[in-house]
Design a binder for this molecule. Structure first.
Ligand SMILES: NC(=O)c1ccc[n+]([C@@H]2O[C@H](COP(=O)([O-])OP(=O)(O)OC[C@H]3O[C@@H](n4cnc5c(N)ncnc54)[C@H](OP(=O)(O)O)[C@@H]3O)[C@@H](O)[C@H]2O)c1
Length: 326
């Protein structure tokens, strides 16, 4: 057996501390910020999941740039308190609340119809809302969709499609989809798209984040020549409420690490903001971004399979009921 003396223990601890502090400093110094000063006066924007985390800071940024901002949230109370905070921090009173539960295609339709009847334009749509875990076993909605995939992918798919004509009318306009680096662990299995064969919450999250990228690529192709762009991003590892439904023995240590070594929600919002406002990307569409930069090599190779993207679109049209509109 090896016994270390007190001097050796102190030396090892010092080395660990130096490594951790260096890693922390490297992480802080390499953070990327959207440096665009673009003003959004006269523009209307929608941010889903804007009551919390990355969505809140994305919406706050748009409000500070003088946009009309619609906070698309599922909980009226949380949405209203976020609205009040954004109005007070931005000194822009043109901030509204819209209620939508992205797991429910009926709710998505009601929300989209309200937007179409009340808004004359839509310049930026940020599909930001997301859920990792529900904290319950496999859950299906009344409409027969598995909840995690519905909230992360089917809802945003339907919402975007229902708002497309308004966005085309408002062109140049932009769609920004918030995916995740974990798309790399996902795969699209058309036999299990709705968890028919198997269910593990983390796989549903990974697969739905891959689906968002495939959706963005197919959408960008369909939008060519319309003046509407669609891009997708990973926001980085961000300290938010995203893991709130995980089992506490996993959540507590992970959240502790995240608080120390991950970016704040405001820092995590930078790529969403960049894709929504920067002149640099005005003409770019169908790309995967990290840290305000195209990072195609870091996306799941299946995300470039346009055969899968096309099939996913067609299946999604059917499962969300969009095909019966056309
Ligand atoms: N945090 C990270 O490290 C990280 C990393 C990669 C990707 N992302 C992605 O970033 C996006 C924002 O997440 P966040 O980290 O900011 O987490 P967050 O603080 O938990 O925010 C998620 C937002 O989505 C909303 N939401 C969830 N399900 C919804 C539904 N069915 N209908 C409408 N709204 C719904 C939540 O509303 P409630 O408050 O009512 O629940 C909340 O406003 C997500 O798409 C996430 O996948 C985050």
């Amino acid at each position: 057996m090896v016994f270390w003396g007190p001097g050796q223990v102190v030396a090892i601890l010092l080395v660990i501390i130096v490594i951790l502090v260096s890693a922390w400093m490297y992480f802080r110094l390499t953070l990327v910020k959207c440096d665009s000063t673009a003003d959004m006066k006269g523009k209307t924007t929608i941010v889903t999941g804007a009551n919390s985390g990355i969505g809140f800071y994305t919406a706050l940024d748009f409000a500070k740039r003088n946009a009309r901002v619609i906070l698309a949230c599922r909980d009226k109370g949380k949405a209203e308190s976020a609205r009040q905070e954004i109005v007070s921090l931005s000194e822009n009173s043109n901030v509204a609340v819209g209620i939508v539960d992205l797991c429910s295609m009926k709710s998505v339709r009601d929300f989209a119809n309200k937007i179409l009847s009340e808004e004359s334009r839509l310049d930026v749509l940020v599909n930001n809302a997301g859920v990792v875990a529900t904290g319950k076993p496999k859950e299906m909605t009344d409409e027969g969709l598995e909840v995690i995939f519905a909230g992360n992918y089917f809802g945003p798919f339907l919402l975007t499609n229902l708002l497309l004509d308004l966005m085309k009318k408002s062109a140049p306009s932009r769609i920004v989809n918030v995916s995740s680096v974990v798309n790399k662990f996902g795969s699209i299995d058309f036999e299990n798209l709705n968890a028919e064969k198997s269910y593990q919450f983390q796989n549903r999250y990974f697969d739905s984040k891959l689906a968002q990228i495939l959706f963005t690529r197919e959408l960008a192709q369909r939008l060519e020549g319309t003046g509407v762009t669609a891009n997708v991003l990973h926001p980085g590892s961000v300290a938010t409420n995203l893991l709130r439904n995980l089992f506490f023995l996993i959540r507590v240590p992970v959240e502790f690490f995240i608080k120390l070594f991950c970016r704040t929600a405001e820092e995590g919002a930078q790529t969403s903001i960049f894709l929504s406002v920067s002149e640099e990307v005005a003409e770019i569409s169908g790309k995967y971004f990290i840290d305000c930069d195209v990072r195609e090599s870091e996306a799941n190779p299946q995300s470039r399979d346009m055969g899968v993207a096309k099939k996913l679109w067609e299946v999604s049209e059917r499962l969300t009921g969009l095909s019966s509109d056309n």
